[in-house]
Design a protein around this ligand. Structure first.
Ligand code: NAP
Length: 346
């Protein structure tokens, strides 16, 4: 079975996903595209030699009977309406983060999916497919390091553009830690607090950088996550889980080691796209394979999109108040309780 995709949004990540589905992965084909900028949709069709219909908007694309699954890769504020339209039409959806820019919007998607009666939606939280995080989860689930007590994380980018704002450190950057960490420890967040350390001279006047976020879970695990998006030296993701019996570290992503001129060293990536390139492939392959094998996607759910939105909102509020803010999640519906854990092999 070939899963026939309609793509909504032919910007940077939309094109990356078109390329991987067309050239690298198996079981999928792009049959339709749309973009608010029709020229962009046309150039994507030409660039990848697609045999695909170009639609004027998301509604006409999801109505195409030839489209089995919709890939939502437009800008964040447009995601919700496209996902709802796809669910309404009974189509599978792979939606890049955010599922919606508001917690209420995510809940509307959760409700629409439950009304439909089976899982249709997977959210593009690709870190769950990264082999390092999968190994970390295995160390936790097998009790190798005992009960997790604390986690220390780092998310550093060499630099960001002038349009990057203080809340984007949460909504665009920390959002990946927010998702992967609750999956890692199988626990929900209870509260969050954001602190602003001494500001780097390299940050734009309007941007607070770095930021230090503390997240506390229901079982009492305390997570500290540093976001530093003008660190200059590289793209650096770190995670250290401190358990009762030992400590587990996310493997370093490094190239060859060299010895030269009295120095021993390895390189650090500068481009974030390279760090999770395998995970992007795996998340989409798993989306296609699990639909083929079980009739439902297996990866991060609409409920995970909702958790991320509520937690991010609490972090942004704490940026403004400086206080510890509660993460007020609704009760998890039974519909999502038996969800299978994403990623079994690496
Ligand atoms: P992008 O290059 O700016 O592409 C966004 C696309 O949305 C463009 O095709 C843009 O059209 C279109 N768009 C602009 N305004 C729109 C509107 N009003 N309604 C509908 N579509 C509109 O951005 P991107 O980097 O591909 O990001 C797209 C999404 O993927 C974002 O939500 C982002 O957070 C997410 N993302 C996720 C990851 C990840 O690690 N999982 C990585 C990158 C991006 P134009 O041609 O007119 O610009």
């Amino acid at each position: 079975m070939t899963l026939k995709f309609g793509v909504i949004g032919t910007g940077a990540i939309g094109r990356e996903h078109i390329k991987r589905i067309t050239n690298n992965l198996s079981g999928g084909k792009i049959v339709a595209v749309t973009d608010v900028n029709q020229e962009s949709a046309k150039s994507a069709v030409e660039e990848y030699g697609l045999d695909a219909v170009i639609y004027p908007d998301d509604k006409t694309l999801v109505a195409d009977a030839n489209v089995d699954a919709v890939l939502v890769t437009s800008w964040g504020p447009a995601h919700e309406q496209s996902v709802l339209a796809a669910i309404e039409a009974g189509k599978y959806v792979f939606c890049e983060k955010p599922l919606s820019t508001t917690a209420e919007g995510c809940m509307r998607i959760v409700e629409a999916e439950m009304k439909h009666g089976k899982r249709l939606v997977q959210v593009g939280f690709m870190r769950r497919y990264d082999s390092g995080y999968v190994q970390l989860k295995e160390a936790i689930d097998s009790n190798y390091i005992g009960e997790p007590l604390m986690i220390r994380c780092v998310h550093r980018n060499p630099e960001v553009g002038d349009n990057y704002t203080t809340d984007m450190a949460i909504n665009d950057t920390l959002i990946h830690e927010i998702d992967v960490l609750h999956w890692l420890i199988n626990d929900d967040y209870k509260s969050v607090q954001v602190a602003f350390p001494k500001k780097t001279q390299r940050a734009a006047a309007h941007l607070q950088d770095p930021q230090l976020i503390t997240l506390e879970t229901n079982s009492g695990i305390i997570i500290t996550a540093e976001v530093f998006v003008n660190c200059k030296y590289g793209y650096d993701i770190q995670c250290e889980v401190i358990g009762e019996d030992g400590v587990a570290y996310l493997p370093e992503f490094s190239g060859i080691a060299t010895r030269k001129a009295a120095q021993f060293g390895t390189s650090i990536l500068m481009d974030w796209k390279q760090r999770f390139i395998d995970a992007y492939d795996k998340e989409l392959q798993d989306f296609m394979d699990s639909i083929k094998n079980t009739g439902e996607p297996n990866g991060p759910t609409s409920w995970d999109g909702y958790i991320a939105a509520v937690t991010a909102d609490a972090c942004v509020k704490s940026q403004q108040t400086g206080e510890k803010e509660p993460v007020a999640l609704a009760e998890k519906p039974a519909f999502y309780k038996n969800e299978k854990e994403a990623v079994k092999t690496v």
